[in-house]
Structure formats: C-alpha cells, structure tokens
Design a protein around this ligand. Structure first.
Ligand SMILES: Cc1cc2nc3c(=O)[nH]c(=O)nc-3n(C[C@H](O)[C@H](O)[C@H](O)COP(=O)(O)OP(=O)(O)OC[C@H]3O[C@@H](n4cnc5c(N)ncnc54)[C@H](O)[C@@H]3O)c2cc1C
Ligand code: SF4
Length: 497
C-alpha cells in the first residue's frame, strides 16, 4: 500500500465537502496541502443526457434504489463529484429559527447560521424565478392553495441560465444548477486543492485515511480516476468527514479509532416523502419549466410540508400505488398530470439509526412513527383538497382504498384517506433529505460539538448533514453549507494559532 502525506483530508464532495474545500482553499497558498476524496466519478457536462435509464446508475448510490433495512423506503443519495448537489432541485431555504433553538446545541446560534446561508445564497446565485417562467403544474398548486385560503410561498432557487428542462434530479443537462460541482469545487481546484474521484475511504486510522481508488468500469460515464487504481494510506493532521449522513456515520462506525464514540449512527431523520398525482381535463405544462416553484409550510401546525414537483415517467410509475388498467390510465394521462410532493417532518427517535453490516456497508433502520403516519395522511388530505380546488378531475391518493378519488367524492376526503391505509411496504415512500447520525450536542450527548469536532478524537471533524441533531423541517442544503463553513472557520483558526 502506497503512503501519501497531506495536511487536511476531506472525505466527500457534496454540500458539506464542496463547501469545506472552497472555504479551506486559501490556505493552499500558505503551503497547506489539502485533499478531497470522492468515491463517485467526475462527469463532464455532455454526459448529463437527462435520460432516466441512462443517468440513475451514474448519479445515485445503488442507482437510486438504496432501501432501508425493512425495505419500506428508498433513500436518494448522490454519489459523484458534487455529491447530492448534482441531483438536488436547488430550492434554497434558510433554517427556521425555532428548529435551531430546539436543537439545543451549545454555541450554535440561528443568527450565525442565517448570516452564513446568505453568503452561500449570493455565491450560488439564489433568486426567485419570474412568474412568467412558472409552468401550469406550479401555478395550479398556487391557485388551489389560494382558493382554500392557504398561503403558498415561492421557492428561492439557485439556478443560472435555467432552460426549464425539468430534469434537475437527473443532473442538469444545461449546467444551470449551482451545485458544489459548478461553484465551490472548481473554485477550490483553481486554488490548488486536489480532488481525487473514484476514491472510497474504507476506514480511518489514527490521523490517516485508508482508501481504495477504483478503476473506471468499462462503458461507465465519467473520467478516469486522477490516481492509479489501488489502495493508499493517506496521513493527515486533520481529517474532515463530509460523506453525508449515511456515509459519514458508516465510515466512523467501521473505523476502530471512532467506533467507541457514543451516539454514532443515532438520530437519523429524513423527511419521508410521497409523490401525489392528480389528473386534469386538459393538457397542462408540467414537464417543461423548473419543476419546483412553490411550497406550503405546515411543519409547526401539522408536521408536514407540501412542495410542487414533477417526476419523469419511470419515477412516476413507480410511485403510483396499484397495478393494471387504473395504473396504466394514469400514466397515459401524463400530459394532464399535476404533482405534489408530501414531506413529513419526522423527529429523531431511538429506533431510527444507522449501523453497518459485517462488510462495513451502511444499514439504515427506519420505522414510521405514529406521528409521521398521521402527518402523511393529513398531508395527503390537504394535497387532495388543493388538487380539486385547482380543478383536477381525479386524484391518486395512496392512503385511500381504492386510491383513485373522483371529483364527486371530493367532499368526503376525510372518510376516504385514512391512517389504516397507510401501510409501509405497500406505499412507495422515498427520502432525499438524509440527516443525523453524528449529531452536534453537549459532551456526553452529541457526537461532535457545535464546530464539528468529534469528542475524544481531536484530529477528526464532521461537516455534513450528519451533524443535524434532529430534522430541519425544510430543505437542508444551505444549512449544511452554513455548518461546513463554521467547521472550516474553526480549522483555519486552529492553523493560525
Ligand atoms: C434528489 C434530491 C433532491 C434534493 N433537492 C434538494 C433541494 O432542492 N434543496 C435542498 O436544500 N436540498 C435538497 N436535497 C438534499 C441535499 O442535496 C442534501 O441534503 C445535501 O446535498 C447533503 O449534503 P452532504 O454533504 O451531507 O452529503 P452529499 O451531498 O450527499 O455528499 C456526500 C458525498 O460523500 C461521498 N462519499 C460517501 N461515502 C464516501 C466514502 N466512504 N469515501 C469517499 N466519498 C464518500 C458521496 O459519494 C457524496 O458525493 C436533495 C437531495 C436529493 C437526493
Ligand atoms: S429545470 Fe433548469 S436547473 Fe433544472 S435541469 Fe432544467 S435547466 Fe437545469
């Protein structure tokens, strides 16, 4: 095994890792050697074809089909240069004040998070799309909410030159989405940070990462790895794990140097989500335009958030409960479909956690608590009301039996959409906001302090979504960048000292 020497090693290149790389990059000119290790490939812009079959394997862990231990939910994680920021939709919200307060992390103030979020909003070109660029799918959500007296809010988005191809979750074919692969990582590389792709960190040892560089498989997308395939030991004064909620938890759990840290893998939350679909009498613009313009925040009142969304045929078909003619009729009506994404604001509970199997692979245990079931059902009822208020003729509501509800039954949604029909395993539930596993907190309670320092392991920090001690109740990427920025500031201060 070859040994190499660096000062700082960053594991992962997503929202946390990309931010870390750029925030530390000015140190390179002072002679600090910084290395980013990313297990996924580096794709070139022309390789983003927008085709579902073609892209899933190149972008996502387990091709997007990573299942929780009991098989009731799929978890979406980007696995490439830029991590999940390559596949995210780009909605850019600042963490709510009450959430940060209720995390009870000593030293972590909402004002600090907000100020850092604003910095990254400016860097990532976050703005509101003008109304003329919003498609019918989004406008119908706004109309439905308005008619019901509900206040839908517009999402700020981090796009630059968006052509409205609606393919954000397949990686933008127009290079318009301002993920870390477009903004922070190129900036860091220009300043001399080295980023090595197809490089999996197998385990951490005392002040070192043991890694395997994988050869590019024949026919795969992406560039060759920057280093020759094989195993390396990389010595470093400081290691920062930014491998995501699942990746960082698994890495620390399979490393003997950290396996004894109490609380590792605990506190996993993920905003479980369901795609709801309704059919209108006429064709609407749905798969052109940016897919996500509005949301309705009911987190405090009812534990859920509704977002506009648009998924392409494979994902839509997978998410419709049922088989045969009903399923096929809905899919044939694709140009008339309106969609809403329901997200439950789950809370950290002891059952929901990350462990590793004998081979060191992550296993995510997730049980739908009664509160989450109630929220999902309440969210489905409200979505159905919004669809009908917007003029839909029938709604596909998975927690109803039968799950197709026609317009004439709109008056009895509370009798049709019931908790008893919310049966995990029968419904298609997925999650893309993976949080927790190495939560910040006071000594004895948290895995790290508010600056991402792992208790008892002074050379190791964490700077990604795994730091969240509980769910965020909104889309998380900006908060992750803000936390990574704080952790990077701590590293710079240490070096100055
Ligand atoms: C489809 C989708 C849509 C989303 N939309 C939004 C949105 O609109 N707004 C929003 O705020 N959030 C959104 N999110 C969530 C957001 O993208 C994530 O919360 C955020 O990117 C997580 O940041 P992270 O740094 O924790 O992990 P990631 O961004 O996932 O990065 C982790 C990186 O670490 C790498 N890695 C893991 N293990 C190892 C290892 N052992 N060795 C080397 N590398 C490793 C992974 O390959 C990955 O590249 C979305 C997520 C998805 C999947
Ligand atoms: S909608 Fe805009 S940001 Fe999304 S994939 Fe299309 S061009 Fe890119």
């Amino acid at each position: 095994m070859e040994t190499r020497e660096y000062d700082i090693v960053v594991v992962g290149s997503g929202a946390g890792g990309g931010t870390m790389a750029a925030a530390l990059a000015p140190m390179v000119s002072q002679g600090v050697r910084i290395l980013v290790l990313e297990q996924g490939p580096r794709l070139d812009p022309h390789e983003f074809t927008g085709s579902e079959g073609d892209m899933a394997g190149a972008l996502y862990e387990d091709q997007g089909g990573f299942l929780t231990a009991d098989g009731t939910m799929t978890l979406a994680m980007g696995r490439l240069f830029g991590g999940s920021t390559v596949v995210y939709t780009g909605t850019s919200l600042v963490a709510p004040d009450h959430v940060i307060r209720e995390w009870y992390v000593p030293g972590l103030e909402h004002a600090d998070i907000e100020q850092r979020c604003r910095k990254y909003m400016a860097q990532n070109h976050v703005h509101y799309l003008p109304r003329v660029l919003l498609n019918d799918n989004n406008k119908l959500f706004f109309t439905g909410c308005h008619r019901l007296g509900l206040k839908a809010e517009q999402f700020p988005l981090n796009v630059h030159g968006c052509k409205g191809s609606s393919l954000c979750n397949l990686g933008c074919p127009n290079s318009a989405k301002m993920g870390t692969h477009r903004v922070q990582l190129p900036d860091a590389e220009r300043q001399g940070v080295e980023v090595i792709t197809r490089t999996e960190v197998i385990r951490l040892e005392e002040k070192a990462a043991v890694v395997r560089v994988h050869a590019k498989p024949p026919g795969a997308k992406g560039r060759e790895p920057e280093w020759a395939p094989g195993e390396y030991r990389i010595n470093a004064r400081q290691v920062v794990s930014c491998a995501g909620s699942v990746g960082t938890s698994a890495l620390l759990l399979r490393s003997a140097v950290t396996a004894g840290v109490p609380g590792l893998g605990r506190g996993f939350t993920c905003h479980p989500a369901q795609i709801l679909v309704a059919e209108h009498d006429r064709d609407i613009t749905n798969d052109v335009g940016h897919p996500k313009s509005y949301y309705l925040d009911r987190a405090r009142q009812e534990g859920f958030v509704l977002e506009t969304c648009m998924y392409f045929p494979f994902v839509t078909a997978k998410n419709l409960t049922g088989f045969g003619p009903d399923h096929s009729a809905f899919m044939t009506a694709f140009p008339r479909l309106q969609m809403i994404l329901v997200l439950a604001c789950d809370k950290a509970v002891p059952e929901n956690r990350i462990t590793v199997d004998k081979s060191g692979k992550a296993v995510v245990h997730y049980t739908f608590t009664p509160a989450v079931r109630r929220s999902m059902v309440a969210a489905t009822r409200m979505s159905a009301r919004i669809f009908f208020a917007a003029g839909a003729k029938r709604v596909h509501a998975p927690p109803a039996d039968p799950c197709l509800i026609d317009r004439q039954d709109a008056y009895r949604l509370d009798d049709l959409i019931l908790e008893e029909h919310f049966i995990p395993g029968r419904l298609s539930i997925s999650a893309a906001h993976l949080m927790g596993g190495c939560g910040m907190g006071p000594p004895g309670k948290g895995v790290t302090d508010s600056r991402g320092r792992v208790y008892g392991v002074p050379w190791l920090r964490v700077a990604d979504a795994s730091l969240f001690p509980d769910s965020l109740e909104i889309n998380p990427y900006l908060t992750i960048m803000a936390l990574a920025d704080r952790v990077a500031e701590g590293i710079r201060e240490d070096y100055r000292r």
